[in-house]
Design a protein around this ligand. Sequence first.
Ligand SMILES: Cc1cc2nc3c(=O)[nH]c(=O)nc-3n(C[C@H](O)[C@H](O)[C@H](O)COP(=O)(O)O)c2cc1C
Length: 176
Amino acid sequence: MRTIIALLGSSRRNGNTGRLMDSLASELGIEVVDLSEKKISAFDYEHKNRADDFEPLMEQVLRSDAIIFASPVYWYAVSAPMKIFLDRISDYLDIPDLLEEGRRLKGKHGYVVCTSVYDEVSSAFISAFRETFEYLGMEFGGVLHANCANGFVTSDHEKEIGAFSKLIRELSVEGT
Ligand SMILES: Cc1cc2nc3c(=O)[nH]c(=O)nc-3n(C[C@H](O)[C@H](O)[C@H](O)COP(=O)(O)O)c2cc1C
């Protein structure tokens, strides 16, 4: 069976992005991993942080076929917990005993779920994911974005959430 993992990085668990991600996760029947609950420290060139929660979480990610990255747009970029997670992927490109494992990211589908206060999501925000996925040999699956200028109202986004969940299910099955 194809598996999907959702990683949420936001400064509040039940804020706009968390609620958008929860609605999508309930359509997909998956759990959401809250990066803020994990003890994951910033990238360290000396890799003195290998005992934190990053490697066990990456093992879960590497066992999944599709990865959903959920973050609000904070200053045209991802949230701090998401940035730390993305930076730490470099461990799998640097540390000799993780290199083989890291290659398993290749071919996985990556999806972006995000909220901001505009109709259009910042192109810098999306480009960072697009280029990161490309570098890692991942497939860019698509973006689900909600304008939350007036907060997150589930009923305003039901159609897009349904369509995105269908896209994820179809693409993840197609890749088998
Ligand atoms: C620190 C900070 C920076 C933000 N920067 C942007 C931005 O650059 N562009 C934008 O459209 N919205 C920006 N916003 C608004 C958030 O993207 C928006 O309110 C989002 O839905 C918040 O999601 P959350 O509840 O998960 O934190 C910012 C909000 C905060 C708190």
